[in-house]
Design a protein around this ligand. Structure first.
Ligand SMILES: Nc1ncnc2c1ncn2[C@@H]1O[C@H](COP(=O)(O)OP(=O)(O)OP(=O)(O)O)[C@@H](O)[C@H]1O
Length: 440
């Protein structure tokens, strides 16, 4: 069995400015607009664009495991498929060694694909129920002209052993195996063509917890034995922590934080990472009060929020520079704004709402009158208008809404850590109010 030379220090995979947008039109004329008279040919094509992956850059070193984590719909699977060229990118480069996969012809790509394999969540989906396990594992070797028949059988039996299955399972059918064993068959099949890089897309999510741990341990062993590099995708943070060397956190098509696994778990910088981590169930019930669970759904990638995409759910939205509010005052204003958006309270009269959210008159008179006006709208049941007013006067004026933060080194002397958040942009100097506003 081959081992990859680890003497090379260049990253194995380099992703640069990668985007994948889908045209979300449906039906025969989806995305077409017709002339007003309806007689001439459709004149415009203006489909909704789903920005599933948007300007993503990162690299994966040889022999390491990069974990990719984020809520459902953040673009993890799309990113994996684009990296593997199962989907062609809208923009950007995917360097594998020295080859830019995005530029390769179909035939050159077919040759290169053998070096890059994927394991999907559902262990059953890629196993043809009519084929014996031996043939399933041999199939990719045959497609790439590797070994003769005897050689393939010998290697298949070695692979079965390597993934923790009995070599005599060679003649059995997939239905004779449990979910965990089927995933091991998938691993053997992926490894049969001697890949350097394996993308694992939620490989243990469909399995019982006890089986998950065994598969993760096998993946660790196989990485050492075969010198593999992994991109491991999961929404399960404990799995990510167990398996990864570094972690990339994805939100709405973008990487918002990337860093060494322990550093990131111990000291998350991005408010999204912090929220994700605090949503991990805490075994000690006394600590439950400290969880700041993510509220609301991931917004649509068709029309993502301006500036920082997480800002609509961010508990640390930065105060607009033009207002002169204390840290506590901004916290109150922000909590009020969120409560109005969610209509999470009963608005009986102006005074009771005011007292519920504010400790006293705000030091900034403009803010004070905006909040007052919003409360008046609410008590007359005009919640939408109140939300819109607060959005216009507060959220829309925040730097978080106006400028997209770039992924930058977080400034704590850890070159492996990058964060895309205005609270951590090295070249931005926020006013005291903005800084404190952001740390709440
Ligand atoms: N072929 C497609 N056409 C249009 N939109 C798509 C397509 N594939 C994915 N999307 C959209 O792109 C976004 C990202 O989806 P993706 O499956 O990559 O997310 P994910 O993080 O892997 O989620 P999950 O964990 O649920 O699989 C979603 O909004 C999804 O609806």
């Amino acid at each position: 069995m081959r081992t990859v030379s680890r003497s090379e220090t260049d990253p194995l995979v380099r992703i640069s400015g990668l985007s994948k947008h889908f045209n979300n039109s449906s039906g025969l004329f989806g995305g077409y607009e017709f002339s007003p008279d309806g007689l001439s040919f459709p004149f415009e094509y203006d489909p909704d664009v789903v920005r599933a992956v948007d300007d993503v850059s990162f690299q994966i070193d040889r022999g390491e495991t990069l974990g990719l984590v984020g809520e459902s719909g953040c673009g993890k699977s799309t990113l994996a498929r684009v990296v593997l060229q199962l989907l062609r990118p809208t923009e950007g480069d995917i360097y594998f060694d020295d080859d830019n996969l995005a530029d390769l012809s179909d035939e050159a790509l077919r040759q290169r694909r053998k070096d890059i394999q994927i394991i999907f969540q559902d262990p059953q989906s890629s196993l043809d129920p009519r084929m014996k396990v031996g043939s399933i594992i041999e199939e990719p070797m045959q497609a790439h002209g590797m070994y003769d028949a005897d050689g393939r059988e010998e290697r298949t039996k070695e692979l079965l052993d390597a993934v923790g299955l009995e070599p005599q399972y060679y003649d059995r059918y997939p239905h004779e195996f449990s979910g965990g064993q089927r995933q091991r068959v998938n691993l053997a099949r992926a490894l049969s063509v001697d890949p350097e890089f394996v993308v694992l897309d939620e490989p243990t999510s469909a399995l019982d917890v006890s089986i998950q741990a065994q598969i993760l341990n096998t993946l660790d062993d196989l990485q050492d034995e075969f010198g593999l590099t992994y991109l491991f995708i999961s929404h399960d943070l404990s799995v990510i922590r167990h398996i990864s060397d570094r972690v990339a956190v994805m939100y709405l098509g973008e990487i918002v934080e990337i860093g060494d696994v322990e550093v990131l778990f111990e000291d998350p910088k991005h408010p999204y990472t912090r929220a994700l981590l605090s949503s991990i169930p805490v075994p000690d019930p006394r600590n439950r009060g400290q969880r700041s669970v993510l509220v609301g759904d991931v917004p649509s990638p068709i029309n993502p929020p301006s500036g920082c995409r997480f800002r609509t759910r961010c508990p640390s939205l930065i105060a607009p520079e033009e207002y002169d509010l204390s840290e506590d005052e901004w916290t109150n204003v922000r909590d009020f704004t969120r409560a109005v958006d969610r209509r999470s309270f009963d608005a009986e009269d102006v005074d009771s709402v005011y007292e519920r959210f504010l400790d006293g008159p705000l030091s900034d008179s403009t803010c004070e009158s905006v909040v007052y006006e919003a409360i008046e709208l609410i008590v007359t049941d005009r919640w939408e208008e109140a939300s819109e007013l607060l959005r216009r006067q507060f959220a829309a004026k925040s730097i978080c809404a106006n400028t997209a933060p770039s992924l930058e080194q977080s400034g704590d002397n850890d070159p492996s850590r990058e964060v895309a958040c205005h609270l951590h942009q090295p070249n931005e100097s926020l006013t005291t109010n903005q800084e404190t506003g952001g740390r709440m």
